[in-house]
Design a protein around this ligand. Sequence first.
Ligand SMILES: [Zn+2]
Length: 450
Amino acid sequence: MREQSQPIVIRNGRVIDPSQGFDAIADVVVIGSAVVSIESPGTTELSDGWTEFNAKGKIVAPGFIDLHTHLRTPGQEWKEDPKTASDAAVRGGFTTICAMPNTYPAQDNASVVDALLQRCASEADVRVRLIGAITKAREGHELAPMHELADAGVIGFSDDGDPVMSAHLMRQALAYSSDLDLPVINHAEDRGLVSEWDMNEGPVATHLGLKGIPNSAESMMIARDIVLARMTNGRLHIPHVSTAESVEIIRRAKSDSINVTAEVTPHHLALTQEWVYGEYGEVPNTLTPNAYATNAKMAPPLRAEADRQALIDGLSDGTIDTIGTDHAPHADTDKICTFTEAANGIIGLETALALTVGIAGIGIETVIERFTVGPSAILNDATIGTLRPGMPADITIIDPNAEWQVTSATLGSKSRNTPLLDANVKPRVDATFVNGTKIWDANENGAADA
Ligand SMILES: [Zn+2]
């Protein structure tokens, strides 16, 4: 992480900080690596050596936290590394990312975690937290040393990409999670129902002749895990919720005071199964060469419109606590192939605001809340996702009206696998500060208006 230089006053922005219930035009004063105060506009005089950032017409928010990033390091550095993940993060307004353990080797013991944390500290400009594996090598047979991993600093446990199919192992993991006060994050996909699939089960899959997976493969696993969380008093966090039935089950569990939190991705809030036609969500009269769009393939798959609406409802009523990007970089060779052969997942850090605010039309206040206090509560870390005085100056500045084009030049990731490639989107992240230092500035870096 870089060292910060001069004191800075971020002037005249609309400061939205859900951690303090603050939403007003104000100046944010940063000295060293910390936020010092939020002042009425124009009341702070510049001293010698101070700089200012004109945020008039912009939104000033705490830096975003992503609970669901795939770092691809170690083992697949041709897809992403800590530096490029960090570049992608700051372009999307993220100042903390939490990396999933499906690396090679997996993050299933302290020495692997130590090595990756050290590498991230020297290569990444953003804060990187690691999620440890639930089972050894993520194979689902034997628990990983969860206490050892917790001592090494992991912020939760997951075999993401693969579900823990054994209820017995999941029970044990949840029992340990309550001792450790760290969440177990189980990829909810019951492979006993369907083991191989291409996309959501429904009319689009039938039309395209692709193998479908029904909603119940997700909701059955979530229901099982909630029952186990109740039995063990464990901490369960459900990643990338994608169906209406799942939202309903989680809503009921929360009303029963079970210790469960939930996440939704930007793409499940914004896109549906029709994106597999490759026409930006339109249903073409006849299939075009864009059909079987592998950049619309992910796990869980893009679902039906009714599911998307239920996810938005779940986000607004608080059933869903946080938005996690599931940033999943893949090389061209993983996506320029048949739909069945293609890898699951899309990059998501840079386009998180475009999908949630721009395309799904969700209010920016809600989105900021679920990218700041939502995840910081799950991380049990009140020092991030906030602009309270004394806290690290992780700050995101958003131009709500600026458009930008998603291109190789504007993406920070090493990978290009997004269905929004070449699209003009908004809003735009204008600047991102980490620990008081400006890491990203769209105007200096040539991300001009589209
Ligand atoms: Zn997953």
